[in-house]
Write a protein that binds this ligand. Structure first.
Ligand code: NAP
Ligand code: ZN
Length: 353
């Protein structure tokens, strides 16, 4: 019998959330059923549910920062057992056989990969995400959450953690490196914590000084208010790596100027507007302007283990979903840059639909 589970759903773009009974598929041989405990609210949920990236598929249950415990397993499951603490991020399927999949970059699967929500599975069914009390997923896409990490503060690692860890590692954040993280939101605050744990000298960059003190407590040694023209000028040629997590357009040229020669400006924020770049600002100094999309499954596990080893997790605000309008309000607070630093839904409070 398919399971139904209480979930939050958007009937159309920009409409308020409503509680529904969401159907989850029968367990396949390699599936696990997860009792979700917490689901982080990523800005990507909002871009999707407000059609900012183009029309989404409705009704839409978002959520790709999922943490919970295994409630049941299919007959061929070997990696997880009932009671295990597990997480699910942005991916729930990939072909497993193409070059990117074999390279551990399932997000670039050529079939292509299947997203946790707003995505069509290989069976043709639309996926539905973690703003729900249960989810069914192939064991291959469930990560083990180390015992050191609480499920509430681990949930955001499944997207915000891996999306910052992967480019910080790839571009060499570490001892002797000056790393700036632009935007101290859900991704950005994890970027600050992870870059500091990797041993880099970290500068947090935010629109004002309002988050400076907390960013310092997360590991930033310096802070720049991007609205302060003099501070931006003083910071020119300072950084080996800048990680841009801002959800809106940013003037790339202003940030390229902050790089040392051969420095890297890596974008993970996903606004819809095209970035504009003055070629002299890129070529003068051999600068690298690049991007990064989440991370593969093995690297996501590596990131969780890294966070457990270094005592890192998200700084969260818990959201009670008894009244689904409070989740709409949380979305508004995310877009206002008001959250400290990731909203996480206590999924046990999602009402029966
Ligand atoms: P978030 O919590 O809203 O954080 C974004 C931060 O950007 C805000 O806290 C704010 O920082 C800054 N910001 C917002 N509006 C701004 C504006 N108009 N001008 C300048 N700065 C502004 O969002 P998030 O969940 O971290 O996600 C950030 C972006 O990454 C989103 O676009 C999301 O879709 C994208 N994303 C990408 C990937 C990927 O694979 N590449 C994965 C997940 C998310 P301050 O208050 O400090 O200024
Ligand atoms: Zn996300």
């Amino acid at each position: 019998m398919p399971t139904t589970t209480p979930a939050l759903s958007l009937p159309s773009a920009g409409a308020p959330f409503e509680a529904i009974a969401l159907e989850r598929r029968d367990l396949r041989d390699d599936d696990i059923l997860i009792d979700i405990a917490y689901a982080g609210i990523c800005h990507s949920d909002i871009h999707t549910g407000r059609d900012e990236w183009g029309p989404a598929h409705y009704p839409l249950t978002p959520g790709h920062e999922i943490a919970g415990t295994v409630a049941a397993v299919g007959s061929a499951v070997t990696r997880h057992k009932v009671g295990d603490r597990v997480g699910v991020g942005c991916l729930v399927d990939s072909c497993g056989g193409c070059e990117p999949c074999k390279d551990g970059q399932e997000m670039f699967c050529t079939k292509p990969s299947v997203g946790t929500y707003n995505s069509q599975g290989y069976d043709g069914e639309w996926t539905a995400g973690g703003y729900a009390r249960q989810v069914v997923v192939s064991e291959r896409f469930a990560l083990s959450i180390p015992d050191e990490l609480g499920l509430d503060v681990a949930a955001p690692l499944l997207c915000a953690g891996i999306t910052t860890y992967s480019p910080l590692k790839r571009w060499g954040a570490g001892p002797g490196k000056q790393v700036a993280v632009v935007g101290v939101g859900g991704l950005g605050h994890m970027g600050v914590k992870i870059a500091a744990a990797m041993g880099a000298d970290v500068t947090s960059m935010s629109r004002s000084d309002a988050k400076a003190q907390e960013a310092a407590e997360m590991g930033a040694s310096h802070h720049i208010a991007t609205s302060d023209a003099a501070a931006m000028k003083a910071a020119r040629r300072s950084f080996d790596l800048i990680l841009n997590t801002v959800s809106a357009d940013l003037p790339m040229d202003d940030y390229l100027r902050l790089l040392k020669p051969n420095g890297v400006l890596c974008n993970v924020g996903l606004p819809m507007q095209p970035y504009s770049v003055f070629p002299f600002g890129l070529i003068g100094g051999n600068k690298v302007l690049t991007g990064s999309q989440i991370g593969g499954i093995a690297e996501t596990q590596e990131m969780l283990d890294f966070c457990a080893r270094h005592g890192l997790a998200a700084t969260i605000e818990l959201v009670d979903a008894s009244d689904p309008a409070d989740v709409d309000a949380a979305w508004d607070r995310v877009t206002a840059g008001d959250v400290r630093y990731r909203c996480v839904i206590d999924t046990a409070t999602i009402p029966e639909g």
